[in-house]
Design a protein around this ligand. Structure first.
Ligand code: EPU
Length: 422
């Protein structure tokens, strides 16, 4: 295991290139399994979640070739195998294998997903969707077995606008017989990205990005080439880091529209945000105002930026309140920020944050975005070195983090975490 060492206090300055979106990539890679010939994905992020996925695909018989940010997936020799354990347990997004394998083979047997367990994350809406399509779903010793003689289109109303359930149902329904309509679908940009890939593979999906998605099932899907959208959460994290260090950073390869909620909140605090066609420049200032933030489903402020935003709010004058309406207990970063001197109180699903300086400490990332919150915090600390363990969580979602931060002038490096082996 490794840890991140950060000597903070330097304003981040320069340009950072944003990679393809993690939460698209982890759906697009399994979506490729529905094709019967080669799918090429461009602008793929170099993160451990994608590396694990590519190993899972090879175990299933797909031929996977990776060259930088490009991946070729040939699923023509794919076979249906049970995946009760092993790598599927390392990933939250391994649940997309359920929809993909069900669509391709009419069956799937897969262990319950792992990944960032910041709170119980049920998959009842995914299962409800598969059952509505005519599949039988049983839980066998911690694995989910799903099978259907013939998937049939259906009208499915989601109780919560779940990203994962919307995508999983799109995957399976694209090979069902007849029309599927998903109501109260999630509207995140990653849903549109998956629908764009599936349509390029020959699927007939309309309405992705709205609350009603219509999927006319087709008998076969074929290979294609697709470029993944930029990672809005990675971009938002650099926006936050630039503001928190009072820096001046051009964040390149982004879709500014995907970051509107983030931009609005930064401007409300007094951060200068300059939007261009495919980039955003953040110019930090000496003092920021406290604000209230509500994390909601898209196009609201993203829950995945709630943790690093908590850190930024420690840099504002006065008391800010950040409420997460998507995940009510996603606050594992709070006790670690407190070790660094932050004055934060969790009340129900809100964090009440009083501005103040942070100090260096030894802290632990308990999940991916909690890790991002700690990195931003460490960058603001004026004296001493902050040690962040649990880097494996951060590596799940941030492409080239250390190199990017160094290019922006940060003093950051990796060391072996001797404590983690004890
Ligand atoms: N929910 C249910 N039942 C379900 C599914 C979801 O009750 O069957 C609830 C969840 O408990 C949560 C809400 O619905 O309260 C939203 O969950 P959603 O299904 O949208 O989340 P997800 O698909 O499991 C994805 C991202 C998360 C991101 C959320 C919300 C991936 C692989 N993960 O998770 O990303 O927080 O959407 O936007 O796409 C991250 O990147 O750090 C991360 C955790």
């Amino acid at each position: 295991m490794e840890k991140l060492m950060i000597r903070g206090g330097r304003p981040l300055c320069g340009t950072v290139q944003i990679s393809g979106a993690k939460n698209s990539a982890v759906a697009l890679v399994p979506a490729a399994l529905l094709a019967e010939s080669e799918v090429v994905l461009d602008n793929l992020p170099i993160i451990s979640d994608v590396a694990v996925y590519s190993e899972i695909l090879q175990e299933l018989g797909a031929v996977v070739k990776r060259d930088g940010d490009m991946m070729r997936i040939d699923p023509s020799k794919l076979s249906s195998k049970p995946m009760p354990n092993g790598k599927v347990k390392l990933l939250r997004a391994s649940y997309y294998l359920m929809g993909a394998m069900l669509g391709r083979f009419g069956e799937a047997m897969i262990g319950l997903p792992g990944g960032c367990n910041f709170e119980p994350r049920p998959i009842d809406q995914h299962i409800k969707g598969f059952e509505a399509l005519g599949a039988t779903v049983t839980n066998e010793h911690g694995s989910i077995r799903i099978s259907a003689k013939q998937l049939r289109g259906a009208k499915i109303y989601l109780d919560v606008a779940s990203v994962g359930a919307t995508i999983n149902i799109m995957l399976a329904a694209s090979r069902a017989q007849g029309l599927t309509i998903i109501e109260n679908a999630a509207k995140e940009p990653e849903i549109i990205d998956v629908a764009t890939l599936l349509n390029a593979m020959g699927a007939k999906i309309k309405g992705a990005g709205t609350e009603t998605i219509r999927i006319e099932g087709v008998a076969r899907l074929h290979g294609c080439r697709h470029s993944i959208i930029p990672d809005r959460i990675q971009a938002g994290t650099y926006m936050i880091a630039a503001a928190a260090t009072r820096g001046d950073v051009l964040i390149d390869n982004v879709i500014p529209k995907h970051l509107e909620a983030m931009t609005a909140k930064l401007e409300e605090m007094g951060v200068q945000v300059i939007e261009m066609d495919e980039s955003i420049r953040i110019v930090g200032g000496p003092g920021y105002s406290s604000i209230d933030v509500k994390a909601l489903v898209y196009p609201g402020f993203p829950t995945d930026l709630q943790s690093p935003m908590t850190t930024l709010l420690t840099q504002a004058k006065g008391v800010s309140i950040l409420t997460d309406y998507v995940y009510g207990t996603r606050f594992k970063h709070v006790p670690e920020l407190a070790r660094m001197g932050a004055n934060i109180r969790v009340e129900g699903r809100s964090a009440v944050i009083e501005g103040g300086k942070l100090n260096a400490a030894k802290v632990r990332a308990a999940d991916l975005r909690a890790g991002a919150a700690l990195v931003v915090a460490a960058l603001t600390v004026e004296e001493g070195i902050t040690e962040i363990s649990g880097v494996e969580y951060i590596d799940r979602g941030y492409d080239n983090l250390v190199e990017n931060l160094r290019r922006l002038g940060a003093d950051v490096w990796r060391e072996t975490d001797l404590d983690s082996s004890s």
